[in-house]
Design a protein around this ligand. Sequence first.
Ligand code: ZN
Length: 243
Amino acid sequence: MIRVRIYNEFLHERNNEKVAKVYPDGIHNCIKGFLESDDIKVDTVTLDDVEEGLSEEKLHETDVLIWWGHMAHARVPDEVARRVQTEVLKGMGMVFLHSGHHSKPFRLLMGTTCNLTWREDGDFERVWVVKPAHPIARGLGRYIYLEGEECYGEPFDVPEPDETVLIGGFEGGEVFRSGLCYRRGNGKIFYFQPGHESFPTYWNPDVQTVIRNAVYWAKGDYRADKLEAPQVKKPGHGEDTHA
Ligand code: ZN
């Protein structure tokens, strides 16, 4: 059983009628709806309960954390962001969605500004599969077609990814590295660009496939208890560590 926790700030859906029509129960519940299955259990957290919902204890019980945030990145306490970073370094998997590129934990884990260029004209997007053999691309065709999305463009100020699985191409001609894999410490991180709140992106079956695949991919098999470097004795001198 994979234990997934979804953080969604849940503000646009409550403050904007247009967004509320697309996601009446919030983006987190849309994602929970298609993810939950016999082998995936999902809990959700919003900005209102971010302190308790992403406590050390709750993060310990999380295999993969999914993050959607946009207008309230600054209201996520630094301490929570550090806790998330620590847990990834120990081995928790993480999926950052859309505007999560500017969230505190993503910036901590990347170490760069994570800035990108953007415009919101409702352009179509083709999300091209550039690594068809990658587990996150399983079940996709050559590309995912999205009738309307916010345009995110390069340069995207992130470190060189370990793997680029998807590249978005927009109606205006811009391109963007839309599906990126990283390892930080023992943890795996996937960044996935589509998902602007006013478009029904998370209802798209191919987008759902990517997020589901990303959960299976990001779930680690190893979780360190703590991050402190241990002081050890010289092997073979009274302490056989392999015994
Ligand atoms: Zn957006």
